[in-house]
Design a protein around this ligand. Structure first.
Ligand SMILES: Cc1cc2nc3c(=O)[nH]c(=O)nc-3n(C[C@H](O)[C@H](O)[C@H](O)COP(=O)(O)OP(=O)(O)OC[C@H]3O[C@@H](n4cnc5c(N)ncnc54)[C@H](O)[C@@H]3O)c2cc1C
Length: 302
């Protein structure tokens, strides 16, 4: 962590909430579903798809997990009513994974039951390494029970990921670098090693007949992914690109203009503040981006 990143992380809780909100408003739709609907409508108008995340991780009570599941159901209903092209991304700890696996599974099933009738997809985000096995287990159980519109995420920074990709033949899998900092024994530290792992995992997914959701803002990886897609002569039903709301929109515009599907990850919810702080603490790299943003915000005001 650079000195600047460390300073930003340490000072963050002292930064006034409105300032954090202003910085994070680029990355978060807002506190309520109405704001998420507006953002998704805007993205759809630009030819971009969406996957919506209700903020809330690691709940302490079953009732909180059930509330989050209910919010997802409300969001799916709203997308259908508004004719929006949007799926959802869920976090298992938000749906109760650390409280009780079966409770969490029931909550996921509730979201899936709301998504399936309208052909919407439920992506299960991947969290820190303490959840990897349970996340893949829950995905496999749902798939074996006949739910086809559910898929997991793999993190290229984990050493296990190429092997996991090989075990997921035929699935719809989002591949990202991974945001959580893990022990070096299980995670690549070097950026180039992570890129190599990403490319190998992507090749494994594509060759295993998976639908690949390629989630990155790293232009080098986007170009490499395009090479792999062209080499295999894959049609647009075999893959999509995914990016986070507010991050490198010019790269997203290029992907869309070149005729590829692009889905934007749109977080919203009352827990926007906690989410922003946690993300920043989890990944010091992002602190650097925020420092840059804060700098720009300060200078723009002059
Ligand atoms: C759609 C989507 C879903 C994701 N789901 C998960 C998940 O389930 N589990 C998980 O662990 N991680 C997830 N991630 C996060 C991912 O793991 C990375 O942490 C993040 O995408 C940054 O990696 P990168 O591939 O963009 O490469 P980087 O090398 O980190 O970034 C490339 C460039 O993009 C820009 N950039 C990247 N991130 C940001 C940012 N937050 N703010 C401003 N600029 C930025 C910078 O200019 C940077 O130089 C997801 C990412 C995306 C896009």
């Amino acid at each position: 962590m650079s000195l600047l990143d460390r300073a930003v992380v340490t000072l963050l809780p002292a930064v006034p909430k409105p300032v954090i909100m202003r910085i994070s408003s680029r990355y978060i739709a807002g506190p309520s579903l109405d704001e998420a609907r507006r953002v998704v409508a805007g993205l759809n108008a630009e030819g971009k798809l969406a996957t919506v995340d209700v903020l809330g991780e690691e709940v302490g009570k079953a009732s909180e997990a059930e509330e989050i599941a209910a919010e997802y159901v409300a969001a799916l209903d709203a997308f259908e009513r508004d004719d929006l092209d949007a799926n959802v991304s869920v976090k298992l700890t938000g749906l109760g994974l650390k409280l009780d696996y079966e409770l969490c599974k029931r909550n996921v099933e509730r979201v899936v039951a709301a998504a399936e009738p309208t052909n919407r997809f439920v992506r299960i985000d991947m969290e820190d390494s303490s959840t990897t096995d349970d996340t893949l287990r829950l995905f496999r159980e749902l798939r074996d029970e006949g739910h086809g519109r559910v898929g997991p995420v793999l993190q290229a920074s984990l050493r296990r990921t190429v092997a996991d990709a090989a075990s997921l033949a035929g699935a719809s899998v989002r591949l990202c670098k991974g945001i959580y900092v893990e022990p070096e024994s299980i995670q690549f530290r070097d950026d180039q090693d992570v890129r190599v792992s990403f490319v190998q995992a992507l090749e494994t997914l594509l060759d295993g007949g998976c639908y690949a959701a390629i989630a990155t803002h790293d232009e080098w990886l986007v170009d490499r992914a395009l090479d792999l897609i062209a080499e295999r002569r894959l049609g647009p039903d075999a893959y999509e690109f995914q990016m986070l709301l507010g991050v490198r929109p010019e790269l997203g515009d290029r992907i869309v203009a070149d005729g590829h599907k692009l889905r934007i990850y749109v977080p919203y919810g009352r827990q926007w503040y906690e989410y922003s702080l946690r993300r920043l603490k989890e990944n010091p790299k992002i602190a650097g981006y925020v420092a840059g943003d804060l700098g720009r915000a300060i200078f723009r005001r002059r």
